[in-house]
Structure formats: structure tokens, C-alpha cells
Write a protein of this length. Structure first.
Length: 299
């Protein structure tokens, strides 16, 4: 995962400065160890570990104010029943007085400081297996993300080492995890684009497995754009297809020959792809043609 999509663009990449990372990382690392022990002992689930990871960071950064206002209960089925009193973290007295009984009640009934509601919803839905998320402890390669996404799954990564560094040089560890949770909610919650996105992922997987992009992958700029599209765009499939077409045409040395290959691969009339990204393209008439063409690659 390389860049954040426009849908989640309002969420800051770096929630703390480099200096603040250096100060907080030893505290975070020490407090994280017992949480990981609970996970290894299977006392907590994947979703509960990530929920505690979020709480750990928030309570370290905002000791007296991380637990926000109580709000109407989010009407989301969940399976986060770990007792809050059993969390092996130290909280301020004013926070202790307001804590609910379980993690599920905390994330469904309270706002959390600097935390979008989408984070809460992803964690609750993940716990109930409504969102088929995969917990990872490493930064996945775009190919890993694509393999998951074409099957309707997504990953959530928590960083447990080198906590004093920005992940991929861009995000602090909490921001990186929240970014995954935000994207997950955009992917699953009330997403009318979901089926089209799956078809796009199958289409891209076919292109890669057949070596269709091999001659362009030595171009660092094209590789970056393709990996961004694969792993982090999270957009309407036709918009993603427009971006792919633009990159292919822009970076290929023999544009005319390549476009002929592109038309044959997609399996639609040449004029449709020529019009894509132009004013003469008709979304009402032609989106369905391209979506069906990509759907033909699904197994």
C-alpha cells in the first residue's frame, strides 16, 4: 500500500512529528508486549488486538482526553467482548470512571479522539466477520493485496517493530493501521461499486499473470502507478480503468501497437476504449459494457 486514495484523503498521514515518534516509541513498545502476549495466548481475537492497538496509541498520545463523548450506540453486530477492566494498560482516573464494560461497548458507544467513525465500524464489523479482514504483521506487497482483494478480502496491518520510524516513509504506525481500517470500511460499507471493483481486480490479476505489463514494469513511474491502482486506489472500477489506460498509453513506447493489444485483451469494440476518458464517452451506455468485459475474467 503506497498512497492513500482520494476517498480517505482527509485523514492525515502523519499524526505526530518525527521527534514525537522518538519519544513515544519506547513507551508504546513496552506497553504493546502484554497485548501481543494476550493475542498469542488466543485470549483476544484479531479485531480485538487491533482495537487495543488503537487504544494504546491514543491513550499514550492523549492520556486524559482520548475517550471522547458517549454517543448513540452504533447499530452494528459485533463480537468484541473482552472486558475493558482486563486491558493491561494504565489509564487516567477521569478515563477509568467513564469506561464501559467491554471493548465492543467502547467502540460502538463512544467517539475516540482523532479517530474517524469508519475505524470503529471496521473493527466492530471485523469482529463479527461481516468484514472479511486479514490481520498482518508485515507490510504486504501489492501482489499480496491484489490476491486478497480479488477474493473480496482486505488486510489490516499493525506494525510492532521500528515504531520510531514512519511506515514506508509516509505514515506513523497508528495512521498506517487506521488507513487500512478506513479503506476497509469504504470497500465493504454500503459500497455500490463493490462488484465492479472485484471484476477489476480479477482483470488486473489476469494481466499480470499473463505478463501483459512485463515490458513496462522496468519503468519505475509506471510500476508505481500500477501498484497504487492495485493496492490503494479503492475507487469506482471505471475510474480505475481510465487511470490504467492513461498509464499504459503514456508509458508504452509504441502506443498504437499497444492499444491494439489492449483492445483485444479487454474484449470490447475499439471505439469504446478510444472514447474512454474523453467527452464523447457515455457512462450511461458504456460503463456497463466495460464492467461486463472485466467481469468475464472472474472465476
Amino acid at each position: 500500500m503506497i498512497k492513500i486514495s482520494s476517498r480517505a484523503g482527509r485523514f492525515k498521514k502523519k499524526l505526530v512529528s518525527h521527534d514525537e515518534l522518538q519519544i513515544e516509541s519506547p513507551k508504546i513498545e513496552a506497553a504493546l508486549a502484554p497485548l501481543l502476549d494476550l493475542y498469542r495466548q488466543k485470549t483476544i481475537t484479531d479485531a480485538e488486538l487491533v482495537a487495543l492497538y488503537v487504544i494504546l496509541y491514543l491513550s499514550t498520545r492523549f492520556p486524559g482526553t482520548w475517550l471522547g463523548a458517549k454517543r448513540p450506540e452504533m447499530n452494528i453486530a459485533h463480537d468484541m467482548h473482552f472486558p475493558v477492566k482486563s486491558i493491561p494498560l494504565s489509564f487516567e482516573e477521569n478515563i477509568k470512571k467513564r469506561l464501559p464494560e467491554t471493548l465492543g461497548e467502547l467502540f460502538s458507544g463512544f467517539a475516540l479522539r482523532s479517530t474517524p467513525e469508519t475505524v470503529n465500524r471496521s473493527l466492530l464489523s471485523w469482529s463479527a466477520k461481516t468484514y472479511p479482514l486479514i490481520l498482518m504483521f508485515h507490510i504486504p506487497q501489492p501482489s499480496e493485496v491484489l490476491a486478497q482483494q480479488k477474493m473480496g478480502k482486505r488486510c489490516v496491518t499493525i506494525v510492532t517493530k521500528d515504531l520510531n520510524k514512519y511506515v514506508l516513509g509516509e505514515r506513523d504506525p497508528l495512521s498506517f493501521t487506521m488507513h487500512d481500517l478506513i479503506h476497509a470500511d469504504h470497500f465493504y460499507h454500503d459500497n455500490i461499486c463493490y462488484e465492479g471493483q472485484l471484476s477489476l481486480y480479477w482483470f488486473l490479476d489476469h494481466c499480470l499473470s499473463e505478463g501483459y505489463f512485463d515490458e513496462l514494469m522496468t519503468n519505475a513511474d509506471f510500476k508505481w502507478e500500477l501498484e497504487y491502482l492495485i493496492s490503494d486506489m479503492n475507487a469506482y472500477a471505471i475510474h480505475s480503468l481510465k487511470c490504467l489506460k492513461a498509464a499504459l498509453i503514456h508509458y508504452h513506447p509504441d502506443k498504437e501497437m499497444f492499444f491494439e493489444k489492449w483492445v483485444k485483451l479487454v474484449g470490447v469494440e475499439e471505439e469504446t476504449l478510444l472514447r474512454l476518458s474523453t467527452l464523447s464517452y457515455s457512462p450511461e451506455k458504456e460503463d456497463s459494457i466495460l464492467l461486463q468485459a472485466m467481469k468475464n475474467f472472474r472465476q
